[in-house]
Design a protein. Structure first.
Length: 189
């Protein structure tokens, strides 16, 4: 990033598709985006724009995180519980998980669905993502109460300032720890 400018330092603190205009304009060669952003690249890239999904670096066991676990629930006061459960049963059938994955541009969680050949094609990086899927684990921090608020209100702004050069490493550490402890303390009560 700092040596050959293959990635913009400002993108490391950016969220989501904010990094795409610079990628499309050729300002940098790589962006740190989640797998589902491939859809936006396909839809928004200029004609003839060539791109690909890179596999995780070898030996990057710590990088095999980033899963945001989802739950499918039926509310206790739902007047149509049986129908809702029947729909969930339908949705979680492997062939339907694959259809949903292809429409959402996200990997399914079911092992049988992940093995489907439709998710193993090189087009749009599906094969790279499907190969990585079995190694993904929820990041331990995601289970900490208050983590989403800390990430959005403390970490992301502090990291953006750090990567832009507005604050140094000492100030970054101070904000992440001190401001982070204030946020997390509210959730410990």
């Amino acid at each position: 990033m700092n040596t050959d400018c293959s990635a913009s330092s400002t993108t490391l603190g950016s969220g989501g598709s904010d990094t795409l205009p610079g990628l499309f304009a050729g300002k940098y060669a790589m962006v740190p985006l989640g797998f589902s952003y491939r859809q936006q690249i396909v839809q928004q890239a200029p004609e003839g724009f060539e791109w690909q999904v890179l596999p995780a670096p070898a030996g990057a066991g710590g990088l095999a995180q980033g899963v945001s676990p989802q739950t499918l629930s039926v509310a206790e006061d739902c007047p149509h519980k049986k129908e809702a459960v029947a729909f969930l049963d339908f949705l979680l059938q492997p062939r339907n998980m694959v259809r949903l994955a292809l429409g959402d541009w996200m990997l399914p969680t079911g092992r049988q669905a992940l093995a489907d050949p439709a998710l193993r094609t090189p087009e749009h990086g599906w094969a790279v993502g499907a190969a990585l899927a079995s190694h993904l684990r929820p990041a331990p921090a995601q289970s900490v109460r208050g983590y989403p608020e800390w990430k959005d209100k403390v970490a992301t702004p502090a990291l953006q300032e750090y990567y832009s050069g507005a604050v140094g490493l000492g100030e970054l550490r101070k904000r992440l720890e001190e401001d982070g402890n204030l946020v997390l303390a509210r959730y410990q009560r």
